[in-house]
Design a protein around this ligand. Sequence first.
Ligand code: HEC
Length: 167
Amino acid sequence: MKHTYILFSSITLLWVSLVSCSSTPSFIHPKVPMGQLEDIRSIANPLPRTYTVIADGKTLYEGKGICARCHGLYGDGKGTAAKNFHMLPRNFKNHHFWTKRKEGELFWIVKNGSPGTGMLEFQSLLTDQEIWKILRYTETFPSRSYPSDHITPTPQPELINPLQGAY
Ligand code: HEC
């Protein structure tokens, strides 16, 4: 009897946790495995926000990484291939999005993809360093006004002078 009770409670607990995960709106629903979420969220981008890193990220985003085809040249989620997916590519211009995701989570998603959506896994195409560079570029989208070819890095205080005139 006691065993049946314990079994029943565990099943109920599992069910409740599964339902609470899946009923969270998809916008904030974590894409990484639940059990690894905290570890993954604690990983920070090892690259600085310098002009070179961001410019490299832009080249990769628009070229080798093919991100622009879905997420759009301007990061608004309206790339030419976007219409093929029932779930739209993330709009990187959305400020709210950036408050919900940590760098480590974004890195993990680009590496491993988001199963069941058009978001592929890029670990076979891009190195870790290339992914971090792209992420340094994508994080600049909300603060930029388009259309323009300009890269507007988010300057860190100590980098403001070296960057002057660079863009
Ligand atoms: C074939 C289309 C396609 C390509 C190419 C693509 N993405 Fe995505 N991406 C998507 C879709 C669709 C989603 C939404 C998936 C979701 O919400 O689970 C998404 C979601 C994302 C997310 C957000 C996941 C979250 O936390 O909600 C990030 C970050 C991302 N993509 C980065 C990239 C980067 C960087 C590249 C290029 C290396 C790239 N994507 C290339 C379609 C694409």
